[in-house]
Design a protein around this ligand. Structure first.
Ligand code: LLP
Length: 419
């Protein structure tokens, strides 16, 4: 088991959360390699014929990415920085997909030199790419990101396939995009979409594939040899304990319609997908120490992590399960709201939760924080970022050092006239 309770203490594999926090201090992100392996294997088993591109934005820790790349997965990147990290983590160049709706000339240049496949987000972006590809003497392999205009039935801030979303090319203009690419002598080889994140209703993927239904055949008629259709990421995870679809269930829903769309094609395109959250989300807990318990109009537990380290609850109203890591066997008798140290009333990590009686010094664990947790952290309110640890059986390793006050100063300059 990746996470368990032993004699009242939370364990991450064979390592006690209480001892880790004592030794390394808090706040602390702790990732279970065992859980990560489980998730990676379940994708590999569910999609033996597909190529999985890990979405780097979910968690760009190099150690974690190295484990992902060891499975032969590719990487889905959205910036120069992510490209650099993906290369360092050992992802093969030919298995890197460069997405993005606003790529800078520098990013395009670096990606061209690295030789990755581009997902072009707009017809307008083709001009930028064409110009720089010419200068570099390259013929980029490209896909277009199509917006099939479907409702992913998820939080509006993580819905990307709606008609009004900034991402992708309206399906009605898809053919025009490919025609232009051919005219510019680029190499269109794929179709891409990504309709949203934390998707729990799998019919969304069917709707998106239905949205592009006859496009592959139309492209073939234009002389395009499709190498892949990329259905994006987005598979939701079980934050609340009420269940979430597995990669296998996703495969069962997607494969029949994918086969239907592609069966008549001469070029047998591969299925690509780009999961982030469903690979790393449930691998990690955030450990945070109780500074005090406050009795006001409500009972507040004030901890040492806030939205500087986990912004999902503040930004999206997201629910994360919590537990008292040193009182796992105690009866849940009080209702608390867990808040961070940030000077904003929106700094709430968990609202109205039933927990055992909590005291100063207790250790709170916030679950399912491996995706978009540390990755979205900041130094707001003068708080250096916390450390990250990887647990593998009995051993643990620091995979990102805790920042210090010096990191707050790192790039700052005071003009001499201010001295
Ligand atoms: N592909 C593309 C083009 C994406 O934009 C994303 C995520 C993914 C793949 C991976 O999606 P996933 O499998 O992780 O759902 N910060 C938000 C989520 C933002 C997702 C952005 N795009 C959150 O914490 O819920």
């Amino acid at each position: 088991m990746a996470f368990s309770s032993r004699e009242g203490t939370l364990y991450i594999e064979e390592v006690s959360a209480v001892e880790l926090a004592r030794e390394l201090g808090t706040p602390l992100y702790v990732t279970s390699k065992r859980k990560l392996d489980e998730n990676l294997k379940s994708y590999r088993e569910a999609f033996p014929d597909a190529l999985v591109f890990y979405s780097v934005k979910a968690n760009d820790n190099l150690a974690i990415m190295k484990i992902v790349s060891s499975y032969g997965f590719g990487a889905e990147i959205f910036s120069n920085g992510e490209l650099y990290l993906a290369l360092l983590a050992g992802f093969e160049r030919s298995k890197i997909l460069f997405n993005g709706n606003s790529k800078s000339p520098e990013e395009i240049r670096m990606a061209l030199r690295t030789g990755v496949v581009f997902s072009v987000d707009s017809i307008e972006e083709l001009d930028n790419l064409f110009e720089i590809a010419n200068e570099e003497g390259k013929t980029p392999q490209i896909a277009f990101r199509i917006n099939p205009g479907v409702d992913p039935k998820t939080h509006p801030k993580v819905a990307t396939g709606l008609r009004e979303s900034k991402f992708g090319i309206p399906i009605e203009r898809a053919q025009e995009a490919y025609e232009k690419a051919l005219k510019l002598r680029m190499k269109p080889i794929g179709i891409h979409f990504h309709v949203g994140s934390q998707i729990l209703d799998l019919s969304v993927y069917e709707a998106a594939l239905t949205g592009i239904y006859d496009l592959p055949a139309r492209l073939e008629k234009m002389g395009i040899d499709l190498e892949f259709i990329n259905i994006g990421g987005g598979l939701g995870i079980d934050y609340t304990g009420s269940g979430a679809p597995t990669p296998k269930e996703l495969a069962n829903r997607v494969k029949p319609i994918f086969d239907e769309i592609t069966s008549g094609l001469k070029s047998k395109p591969k299925l690509y997908l780009e999961p982030g959250r469903s690979i790393v989300g449930n691998t990690t807990v955030l450990l945070t120490r109780v500074n005090l318990v406050k009795n006001a109009y409500k009972k507040f537990i004030a901890v040492d992590a806030g939205f500087n380290l986990l912004i999902r609850p503040t930004l999206y109203g997201s629910y994360h399960r919590v537990a008292v890591a040193n009182k796992m066997d105690k009866f849940e008798e009080e209702t608390y709201t867990i808040v961070g140290p940030i000077c904003e009333s929106g700094d709430i990590l968990a609202q109205d939760r039933k927990l055992p009686k909590v005291e100063r010094g207790d250790l709170i664990a916030i679950f399912d924080t491996g995706a978009y947790g540390f990755a979205m952290s900041s130094q707001y309110n003068g708080r250096p970022r916390c450390a990250e640890v990887l647990v593998n059986g009995k051993r643990w390793d620091i995979i990102r050092e805790r920042e210090s006050i010096l990191d707050l100063l790192a790039r700052q300059r005071i003009p001499e006239w201010l001295f």
